[in-house]
Design a protein around this ligand. Structure first.
Ligand code: SF4
Length: 457
């Protein structure tokens, strides 16, 4: 058993990491699907989209061959509508609430239709928005992830100059660095960021990290307002013996390397255990398999009923040949010569439901052993608590506390994963929009801004 890179041929890597949700084969195929939509009054699909995209409207626009109008409808509500069409868990959001489900028929392929329009807009660099005249205001945004980019786009459209400070060398945040490459390619993420900034008035400064080469007082001094969209990023530790052995890695780091270094450069074991069953765990497990691991076992301490990933995600893992070990919790990592060899797991059982109906996993005292040469930890992420504390921002266990999108520091706003502890990309996009609205209110006051824009026309 060994952890090695370059296990496959270039063709195998390409095949294993090709698009899992291919686009419509033709314009006609998209039209046929668009024409299935019932254009429901009070459409449930809109209500279940966190960014409230007017879904029947954009589908109607596709059905009438108005692709530009359709892309405009999507981007007006969600400027990352392209990426979201690839990574959203649509089976529990828009498509899950489509009325066709009630008729036991296939829901409208909303994500695929959304992708149909947005990909054309991004690759064709369609200019769908104009900026309002300059207000003379400047805003600093920390983090070029979905929340920061979404906030920046709204502010820039309103005539505000925005500078985004990003600690990585590319924008996109979780979308660029934290999602399986067969769902969204690094190239698409780059194109999407460029498309967003092509509006103008948005400047990104890369390799700038809050607490390292960037400070909040400095931003407060130089800008009229600050928005923090710094996400969550520190992997939760297992706190078990042997966790530091060679071969035990964080899922986020594993996925990050895969996306930034390229597939052949990332080492993977023969026998891999993945701990956790959220979306990141699934992405890590499936990609370990696709990198050439012979055996991948996902270890989860509850049952399928409580799993945080969706059924569709679980299905991808099963189709990729990943094994599931339910009711198992990591107890100890054993190794030799500093290298991991075994994962000892406790066998769990679920307690009776508490008042909220939640059943806790309880250790039965029995164990079993998995022979492994690599362990990927995907037990969740924790917020940047030390950083937030050092900047004197009020928080609860590292999650920034906001009131109407504002932190306790005047002129400093926040949103997305650093506030909610980690949700979907689409939730961060919505948070960015709400943050921008609060900043506009703070800077000029909505009425005054409207007047000043009017005067410039
Ligand atoms: Fe169309 Fe389904 Fe939305 Fe109704 S619920 S508008 S059928 S996508």
């Amino acid at each position: 058993m060994a952890i090695v890179n370059n296990r496959l041929t270039a063709e195998q890597y390409n095949e294993n990491f090709s698009d899992i949700h291919p686009p419509f084969e033709s314009r006609e195929a998209a039209l046929v699907e668009a024409n299935r939509c019932l254009f429901c009054y009070d459409a449930p699909c809109i209500k279940s989209c966190p960014t409230s995209i007017n879904i029947p409207k954009f589908i109607k626009q596709i059905a009438t061959d108005n692709i530009k109008g359709s892309a405009h409808t999507i981007f007006s509500a969600n400027i990352m509508g392209g990426g979201c069409s690839k990574v959203c868990p649509v089976e529990k959001l828009c498509e899950g609430s489509c009325v066709y489900n009630l008729m036991h028929e296939k829901p409208i392929a909303i994500a695929k239709l959304q992708r149909h329009s947005t990909e054309k807009a991004i690759s064709g660099q369609w200019r769908l928005f104009e900026r309002k005249p300059a207000t003379g205001k400047k805003v600093a945004i920390v983090g070029a992830g979905p929340a920061g980019l979404s906030c920046a786009h709204v502010l820039s459209r309103e005539g505000i100059e925005v500078t985004i400070f990003e600690k990585e060398s590319k924008g996109g945040g979780l979308m660029t660095y934290g999602i399986a490459a067969y769902k969204v390619t690094p190239q698409f993420c780059e194109d999407e960021v460029n498309y967003i900034t092509s509006l103008g008035g948005i400047h990104i400064q890369y390799n700038k990290e809050l607490g390292k080469n960037l400070s909040l007082p400095e931003l407060q001094r130089d800008y009229d307002a600050v928005y923090l969209g710094i996400g969550v990023g520190v992997a939760r530790q297992l706190d078990i013996p042997g966790e530091t052995l060679d071969g035990v890695v964080d899922a986020i780091q594993f996925i990050y390397e895969l996306r930034s270094k390229g597939y052949p450069a990332v080492p993977v074991g023969d026998k891999v255990a993945v701990i956790g069953l959220g979306m990141t765990a699934i992405d890590a497990a499936t990609q370990a398999k696709r990198l050439g691991a012979k055996e991948v076992t996902i270890v989860y301490r509850r049952t399928q009923e409580e799993m945080p990933c969706t059924e569709a995600e679980l299905e991808i893992a099963k189709l990729d040949g990943c094994k599931l070990q339910w009711l198992a919790a990591p107890k100890e990592v054993k190794g030799q010569d500093g290298k991991v060899q075994q994962l000892i797991c406790s066998i769990m059982q679920l307690s009776a439901p508490d008042a909220s109906g939640r059943r806790a996993p309880v250790d039965t005292g029995q164990t079993f052993t998995l022979e492994v040469d690599m362990i990927i930890k995907a037990a969740g992420q924790v917020p940047f608590e030390a950083l937030i504390t050092s900047e004197q921002i009020h928080h609860q266990q590292g999650k920034i506390i906001i009131k109407n999108n504002a932190t306790n520091i005047p002129g400093v706003f926040a949103g997305g994963d650093c506030v909610n502890g980690g949700k979907e990309v689409v939730d961060a996009v919505q948070a960015g929009k709400e943050g921008a609205a609060a900043i506009l209110e703070y800077l000029v006051g909505s009425e005054q801004l409207a007047v000043s824009n009017h005067q410039h026309k």
